[in-house]
Design a protein around this ligand. Structure first.
Ligand code: HEC
Ligand code: HEC
Length: 359
């Protein structure tokens, strides 16, 4: 048999096998257990793609910044090192604290010398899956993002060339950069190492994922009912969809304004498109139980308050997505179950102790 024919036969056999396996248990669908969930399985009730809610696959790694253990370790040191700020007082971890779901527990962030920002610090969990970074999507990659807060006058307030000079004076960093990049400390290297570290901060294997993989006991019946509310009456899945529970798009929710914060026009400042006024990126809901307070302005202290906001959807003069109308069908039990479901999106805890910083 010639080689080519042989290849096609093998290819055909593999394709058939996949078809067969696929029809039995598609990767993204939970195996059918209709007696537990009459009359259909959850997935039968889901509006069809693109709403797949399923466990996350490994995040994309850009070819220009491949992961290596030494690079990730260097990124971790930089992430925890307050010397990346002008007065050596604030590190990335000050606002993205592993103990607080890689967020900081405050409504809006506080940077060097107590400067208050105007936005809530989002979690770093699963940023590896974001197409665009920041609430307004102004950064396209983690590499591009990382140098932003360092130079932001109210976050870390450091000048890049000054920082590079400062770190080049620390032998431990010089050696680590040499090992990883074959150069001294550079701004690009700082960005790449931090991004590589961030790509390891993943939230996965939550009770929800285990349930989807077929473990009926991973979710209580009330949390299972919460998934239904999320997908059906609550319409949440329209925007919080895909394995990371975000469509990666920008929407205006018509949130009430917060006293003391400037009027935030969100996405439209970046795109200069009036139609995108007050739109913000749909955040991931993975690990959301750990990352209070919520929304770009940190206005809600609890998940119950967030749900209540969606339920009431009080009239506003601000722009608002047409889908957001009061959820009058939601009962008190539905609301509780919805919150319980959101809490089931907390992944396996990541044990992270701050690294020893180079000297
Ligand atoms: C003073 C607090 C503060 C510090 C320090 C800080 N951040 Fe942030 N971070 C924020 C805030 C606030 C936002 C949201 C800003 C916005 O959207 O405009 C943010 C957004 C981000 C995002 C985007 C997440 C998303 O889902 O869009 C990433 C990634 C990030 N920070 C990483 C870092 C890294 C890396 C460092 C250190 C180099 C750092 N941050 C330092 C407060 C901080
Ligand atoms: C029209 C799209 C859309 C729908 C529908 C929607 N969300 Fe959101 N959600 C967003 C956006 C956008 C934000 C961020 C808004 C902001 O900060 O201005 C958000 C924020 C949140 C947050 C805060 C997360 C954080 O880290 O701050 C939670 C929790 C949440 N939504 C849950 C829900 C639930 C539960 C439902 C259904 C009842 C729902 N969402 C329906 C788009 C949507």
């Amino acid at each position: 048999m010639d080689k080519l024919k042989y290849r096609w036969i093998v290819f055909g056999a593999i394709a058939l096998l996949f078809l067969f396996l696929g029809s039995e248990a598609p990767l993204h669908a939970r195996p059918k257990k209709s007696n537990k969930y009459p009359p259909e399985t959850l997935f039968d009730t889901l509006p069809n793609p693109p709403f797949h809610l399923h466990p996350l696959l490994a995040p994309p790694i850009p070819p220009y910044n491949l992961q290596t253990p030494a690079k990730v370790e260097l990124g971790k040191m930089l992430f925890f090192d307050p010397r990346l700020s002008r007065d050596n007082s604030v590190s990335c971890a000050s606002c993205h604290n592993p103990e607080l779901g890689f967020s900081n527990g405050q409504p809006v962030a506080t940077g060097i010398r107590g400067h208050k920002g105007s936005r809530n610090a989002p979690t770093i969990f699963n940023v590896a899956y974001n197409k665009l970074q920041f609430w307004d999507g102004r950064a396209g990659s983690l590499e591009e993002q990382a140098l932003g807060p360092i130079q932001n006058p109210i976050e870390m307030g450091e000048d890049l060339s000054h920082l590079v000079q400062k770190l080049n004076g620390i032998p431990g960093y010089v050696e680590a950069f040499k090992n990883v990049f074959g150069t001294g400390v550079t701004a690009d290297g700082i960005a790449q190492a931090i991004a590589a570290f961030e790509r390891t901060i993943l939230s996965n294997n939550s009770p929800f994922d285990r349930f989807m993989a077929g473990d009926d006991n991973a979710l209580t019946p009330t949390a299972q009912h919460g998934i239904r509310v999320f997908n059906e009456k609550g319409k949440c899945v329209t925007c919080h969809n895909g394995p990371n529970f975000t469509d990666g798009k920008f929407h205006a929710l018509g949130l009430p304004k917060r006293d003391g914060l400037p009027n935030d026009l969100g996405r439209s400042v970046i795109t200069q498109d009036e139609a995108e006024k007050e739109q913000f990126k749909t955040p991931t809901l993975r690990n959301v139980a750990q990352t209070a307070p919520y929304m770009h302005n940190g206005m809600f202290a609890t998940l119950e308050e967030v749900v209540e906001f969606y339920v009431k959807a009080e009239p506003t003069t601000s722009p608002r997505h047409p889908l957001l109308t009061p959820l009058s069908l939601l009962t008190d039990q539905d609301k509780k179950d919805l919150v319980e479901f959101l809490q089931s999106l907390t992944g396996e805890p990541i044990k992270m102790t701050p690294p020893k910083l180079p000297e």
